[in-house]
Design a protein around this ligand. Structure first.
Ligand code: AQP
Length: 351
């Protein structure tokens, strides 16, 4: 099985990114052939500083390695190093409906809050995201709940492509199941974690913890000092009542229970049972703070060491890009062939 996921370099990674995505990436290394991509091209769809973008790619590379990604067990690379992503994005535009892109939640939310130019890149973001995954014919995409809509679009784009552009020599529109070698693109499945798919802002537990839309006090960063983590968790907004259980009318307490469950490696039901004798929400917050500090402190320590050697980080990314390109270029050759772009695959391309 091939696993692929992309993560933006911009913004400081928070507990939601860690629980919803990064932890899954680490486990993915034991479950299949895993590819993880730092999507610097996606980061250019909103206002940004070029020098800061370069720096943030190294920050994130160091963070992912510190969290447990191992370049001998996965392919970790930078999106902008593998040109097949942008080429496939363009080619997939021919089977992507404009209206669907305009209706995507992320486009609508970000185009409303964007103070400067609303770029065409912001609209095309989900097509580039589809290209990222489809270029590797990945079977599974580990993501948080907020990416569900983008994954659905990606699946539709793959199906539409396979129907519109069957392999030369196969019956037109032959709808075989994905991954059977008959169709060019694999229709991927998303993998959303059962617990922690949507970590909420500690100050407003009705909104997801987020890089751009959240509150500073309600966002725990992976690299926060232990004292900052404790302060933010102890200041979390809770709900009326005393009972430590998950319930729709208790979003703050439910969020803390989920965080504690992930950090302790227990189920939310176990956490509720463990907290039955607690004196109140103060005990819950203290337990969450301890567990999160214990989970994140080793990552922070490793990060400091790894971040100091930019040459080593660049080597990891360059090696990863070479291995990624070997896979993506084969898919692109098939895609071009089916679409009638360039010479047929059997004919050598002109130099
Ligand atoms: N609150 C969250 N809970 C669980 N998972 C989350 N993810 C994001 N927020 C939560 C997952 O993190 C992965 C990487 O996301 P990204 O950094 O590439 O961009 P994003 O999804 O746009 O994340 P942010 O931090 O929330 O940024 P903004 O504010 O720009 O929307 C993804 O798999 C995501 O699901």
């Amino acid at each position: 099985m091939r696993i692929f996921s992309g993560i933006q370099p911009t913004g400081t990674k928070h507990l939601g990114n860690y629980i919803g995505a990064i932890r899954q990436y680490v486990h993915g290394q034991d479950r299949g052939e895993a590819l993880y991509c730092i999507v610097d091209l996606h980061a250019t769809t909103v206002a940004y500083e070029p020098a800061e973008l370069r720096r943030s790619v190294y920050d994130l590379t160091a963070l992912l390695l510190a969290a447990g990604l191992d370049p001998s067990r996965c392919i970790l690379f930078r999106q902008g190093d593998v040109h097949e992503h942008t080429e496939l994005c363009w080619l997939l535009c021919s089977v992507t409906e404009l209206g669907r892109l305009q209706r995507m939640h992320q486009f609508r939310d970000k185009s409303v809050t964007q103070r400067e130019l609303v770029s065409a890149g912001l609209l095309l973001y989900p097509v580039l995201q589809a290209a990222d995954v489809l270029a590797y014919r990945a079977h599974e995409v580990p993501v948080g709940e907020d990416q569900r809509e983008h994954l659905e679009l990606m699946r539709d784009v793959a199906r539409r492509f396979n129907t519109r552009f069957p392999r030369p020599g196969t019956p037109h529109g032959g709808g075989q199941a994905s991954g059977d070698g008959e169709e060019v693109l694999v229709v991927p499945e998303h993998r959303i974690p059962e617990i922690g798919a949507r970590i909420m802002d500690l100050q407003d537990p009705t909104r997801k913890m987020s890089t751009t839309g959240g509150s500073e006090a309600g966002t725990v960063y992976v690299l926060d000092e232990p004292s900052a983590i404790v302060k933010k968790i102890k200041g979390a907004v809770t709900d009326s009542g005393k009972e430590i259980v998950r319930a729709p009318e208790k979003p703050g307490v439910s969020n803390l229970i989920e965080i504690l469950a992930v950090a302790r490696g227990h189920t939310p039901e176990q956490v509720e049972a463990e907290m039955r004798d607690a004196r109140g929400y103060g005990d819950l917050k203290a337990a969450v703070a301890d567990a999160v500090v214990e989970m994140l402190a080793p990552i922070r320590a490793r990060y400091v060491e790894l971040r100091a050697d930019e040459d080593a980080l660049e080597t990891v990314l360059a090696d990863g890009a070479a291995r990624a390109r070997a896979i993506a270029s084969d898919t692109l050759a098939d895609v071009r062939d089916c679409m009638g772009v360039g010479p047929p695959r059997t004919v050598r391309a002109p130099r």
